[in-house]
Design a protein around this ligand. Structure first.
Ligand code: EPZ
Length: 436
């Protein structure tokens, strides 16, 4: 299994490009099932989650072309055969629970879908009850059969409805994607109340509109969809990855000398930059004309100040940057409070950061972060995608050597992180860890 060895203390300088968004790419790829015309996606990141998704699409009768480009991004051509299999099997879904986003498109285009119930994962239970509530509201007949969700369109097809997609932790991003895709081909008008407002939903709506869907209100809690009988093919460029970009901003804030980030969606990172505001961190927007794909220079100019951070649905502070900002606030000159409101158990990084000298006190969904002057390198273990990123950031800032095992977690969401950090001056290497 791959591991990283990081010798801390180096400062980052140079330029890194934020990749296309993993979390936008997954539902965009699934949406190719809504049409039997070709769909081309540009700037898709080359990640294991994407490869798993394309593997699933192949199982579902989709032919796939892939062109790799310099710098890692890829262009994917998808062409779905509506007579292909409509069964997303457990052995694929269990590796990536985001596979659930094929449910809505399969149901809407083929009239039937059998998708394995995704299991939980390191950050918590990952129920899909709200997804199913939304699809049932459109008339789908849904049952659970030996761990699989079977969904069938009733005689007469799916019918538009007013649907509430709120839950105890806010709305559901992939649930909104599933319902929006299904409603796009339903008969009549659908209004989604308490829809997810994340930029990835807006990107999906952009692509669906270009395919001929009638969707308004995306990016707000109320999305209106007027169903159409069929959808066309499309060429679409995936939005930049705001979580990866936010991770690079945290890296610059912790150990940046002169780090420039391109293709950076600063317009969707205001919750992060507001947390960094009180600190002596310079974040300079070099081209204010395009906030969705900007070039920004980040430098640590002095003291990191404590903050109070609570994760919330967009546009609140993103849960996917919670672990990374904890590594940063571990070095603040005071006490911070981080409260996780989306996945209350998303704290597997706490024990590992503590091994590096962070002073963290968890009380349920809240962690008090008492800043320390320095973190110290140590052997630590990655547990999930964003916790892994947090440990890399801590290793860069720590004195001494940090080894991070199980970096396959990191490779799910960050392209060649070691190589890109090396090009920025970090002392990091990937090696094969001999299992003891
Ligand atoms: C998306 O997951 C992202 N993944 C996650 O990013 C992200 O953390 C999450 O949204 C929240 O922003 C992708 O887009 C591929 P949710 P999703 O449904 O859609 C509860 C990463 O690190 N819930 O919005 O699966 C759920 O338990 C990943 O890149 C229900 O109760 O998340 C959670 O507490 C991790 N019932 C909350 O809602 C449901 O039916 C938000 O989940 C669905 C969700």
């Amino acid at each position: 299994m791959d591991a990283f060895r990081i010798i801390g203390g180096c400062r980052l300088s140079g330029t890194v490009r934020a990749s296309g968004s993993k979390n936008a790419s997954l539902p965009l790829i699934a949406a190719a099932l809504l049409t039997d015309r070709p769909v081309t996606l540009a700037d898709v990141p080359d990640l294991s989650d994407i490869r798993n998704m394309l593997n699933l699409m192949g199982e579902l009768g989709c032919s796939i072309g892939k062109q790799a480009h310099e710098g890692g991004s890829t262009t994917i051509e998808l062409h779905a055969d509506p007579d292909g299999s409509s069964h997303a099997p457990y052995d694929i879904v269990k590796t990536m629970r985001a596979s659930i986003c094929v449910l809505g498109p399969l149901l809407a285009r083929r009239g039937f879908a059998r998708v394995s119930m995704p299991g939980g994962c390191a950050i918590g239970d990952r129920p899909v009850d709200i997804h199913l509530r939304g699809l049932r509201a459109l008339g789908a007949e849904i049952e659970l059969d030996q761990g699989d969700i079977t969904a069938r369109v009733p005689r007469g097809g799916l019918r538009g409805a007013t649907i509430f997609l709120g839950g105890p932790f806010g709305s559901t991003v992939l649930g909104t994607a599933n319902v929006m895709c299904a409603a796009a081909l339903a008969d009549g008008t659908t209004v989604i109340e308490s829809a997810a407002c994340e930029p990835e939903i807006v990107d999906l709506a952009h692509m669906l509109r270009a395919m001929g869907a009638h969707i308004t209100g995306d990016g707000s809690p109320r999305i209106t969809i007027h169903g159409v009988s069929s959808l066309n093919g499309v060429s679409h460029t995936v939005m930049p990855d705001r979580i990866e970009a936010g991770t690079w901003i945290c890296a610059g804030a912790m150990v940046g000398d002169d780090l420039t980030i391109t293709n950076c969606p600063m317009d969707s990172l205001l919750a992060l930059t507001s947390v960094l505001e009180p600190s002596d961190i310079s974040i300079e927007l070099l081209d204010p004309t395009s906030p969705q794909r900007s070039t920004v220079r980040v430098r640590r100019a002095g003291t990191i100040r404590p903050a109070v951070v609570t994760t919330q649905p967009y546009p609140g502070f993103p849960t996917d940057i919670q672990a990374q900002v904890m590594a940063l606030l571990a070095l603040a000159d005071g006490n911070s409070i981080i409260t996780e409101r989306i996945f209350p158990d998303r704290f597997l990084h706490v024990a590992e950061l503590s091994r590096m000298g962070a002073t963290l006190n968890r009380q349920g969904p809240m962690v008090v972060v008492s800043g320390v002057k320095a973190l110290h390198g140590a052997p630590v273990m990655a547990s999930d995608l964003r916790a892994s990123a947090s440990l890399v950031l801590a290793g860069l800032a720590a004195t001494g050597t940090t080894t991070i095992s199980r970096v396959y977690h990191l490779d799910r969401g960050y392209e060649r992180m070691d190589e890109r950090l090396q090009s920025l001056g970090a002392d990091i290497e990937r090696f094969k860890e001999v299992r003891k």
